[in-house]
Design a protein around this ligand. Structure first.
Ligand SMILES: Nc1nc2c(ncn2[C@@H]2O[C@H](COP(=O)(O)OP(=O)(O)OP(=O)(O)O)[C@@H](O)[C@H]2O)c(=O)[nH]1
Ligand SMILES: [Mg+2]
Length: 328
């Protein structure tokens, strides 16, 4: 029996896994039925610690998260994981050890792992992912980890809206280090050179440290740590060091007041994104409408300059907004 959307929020608040999964599916499909339960959950969210894990494909993000989840569970924390479009999903790790670990998480009611596809989400991915995190947050998970491949703009956006952002990189940094040096990439809160069992890890860490030394000093110096996410034992994998650094970062954010500032900024950004998305939809709809055909013809015949056409379009938009067409 499918769960009625009307009871979804209530059941998510009770931590019902099926309801959580159902609501995230609705969000993923951009189904309007998700809006009401999501709105009902909003006041219950905001308690979880949000950790963004990003990095190039195959850097070992899922493996790292996998081990981190084990560590967090040992600390008695419940964990929700959202992985955006992973090419190597959590369920099908190539290494036997991965599968065993994932099986143990699968049986653990304190862990909820969900993959989300970025396909078909032109522009809406960041919103859908944030909403999924909010569902897990309202469901009462203590920590929420969101894994994204750090390639697209929305993926980077998702990671940046977290409380603590980890950048995971393999020892052969490639373009990653250039991005840091060129200041293209916002500096994450924590760097992890994963696959530390491979050659070059220490050199890569040093390279990042010297790139960071060029940054203006802030209140938080992002640590650069080595990790081996496929190590046979946690103790040998330096992963506990990563977890300690995440906790230190959290303490820093809380004691400095930076947490409230960051979250306020993230919420503002979310609203701006939402409005931008809705306006873009409206702009495209109006520009494609037959009513705009004559303007397009005038443009083509060089009877009208594009700026004038833009003015016309803006007038039409203003009229639409007046009729409240972009409100949901
Ligand atoms: N040698 C070594 N291999 C690792 C380590 N961590 C992960 N791997 C391997 O690297 C491959 C990719 O690992 P994933 O954890 O799937 O990487 P990912 O960054 O999540 O990949 P995508 O989600 O596809 O971008 C797998 O074959 C892992 O077993 C490590 O510390 N050392
Ligand atoms: Mg992955």
């Amino acid at each position: 029996m499918p769960i009625e959307p009307a009871s979804l929020a209530e059941r998510v608040l009770k931590g019902e896994r099926r309801a959580i999964a159902r609501l995230i599916t609705l969000l993923e499909n951009r189904d309007p039925a998700a809006q009401e339960p999501l709105a009902q959950l909003y006041s219950h969210a905001g308690r979880a610690w949000l950790i963004g894990v990003t990095g190039p494909p195959g850097a070992g993000k899922s493996s790292l998260v996998d081990v981190l989840v084990t560590t967090m569970r040992r600390d008695g924390l419940t964990v929700g994981v959202v992985a955006v479009d992973p090419s190597s999903p959590f369920s099908g790790g190539a290494i036997l050890g991965d599968r065993i670990r994932m099986k143990s998480h699968a049986a653990d009611s304190g862990v909820f792992i969900r993959s989300m596809s970025s396909r078909g989400h032109l522009g809406g991915l960041a919103l859908a992912t944030k909403a999924a995190c909010r569902v897990l947050d309202a469901a009462g998970f203590d920590v929420i980890v969101v894994e994204t491949v750090g390639v697209g703009q929305s993926e980077v956006e998702i990671a940046q809206s977290a409380d603590t952002t980890l950048l995971v990189m393999p020892p052969n940094l490639g373009d990653g280090i250039q991005a840091i040096k060129a200041g293209i990439m916002e500096v994450p809160d924590l760097f992890v050179i994963n696959k530390a069992d491979l050659p070059g890890a220490q050199a890569a860490a040093n390279e990042i440290r010297s790139a960071l030394a060029l940054e203006p000093p802030g209140d938080w110096d992002p640590p650069v740590l080595l990790a081996q996410s496929t190590a046979p034992s946690l103790e040998a994998s330096q992963l506990s060091e990563v977890w300690q650094a995440i906790r230190r970062h959290r303490e820093f954010l809380e004691s400095s007041g930076e947490l409230a500032r960051r979250r306020a900024q993230t919420l503002r950004e979310e609203v701006i994104q939402d409005v931008t998305g809705r306006l873009l939809d409206l702009i495209r709809r109006e520009a494609d409408s037959p009513l705009f055909d004559s303007v397009t013809q005038d443009l083509q015949a060089r009877r009208m300059v594009p700026q004038e056409a833009a003015d016309r379009l803006l007038e039409r938009l203003a009229a639409c907004l007046h009729r409240e067409e972009v409100r949901k």
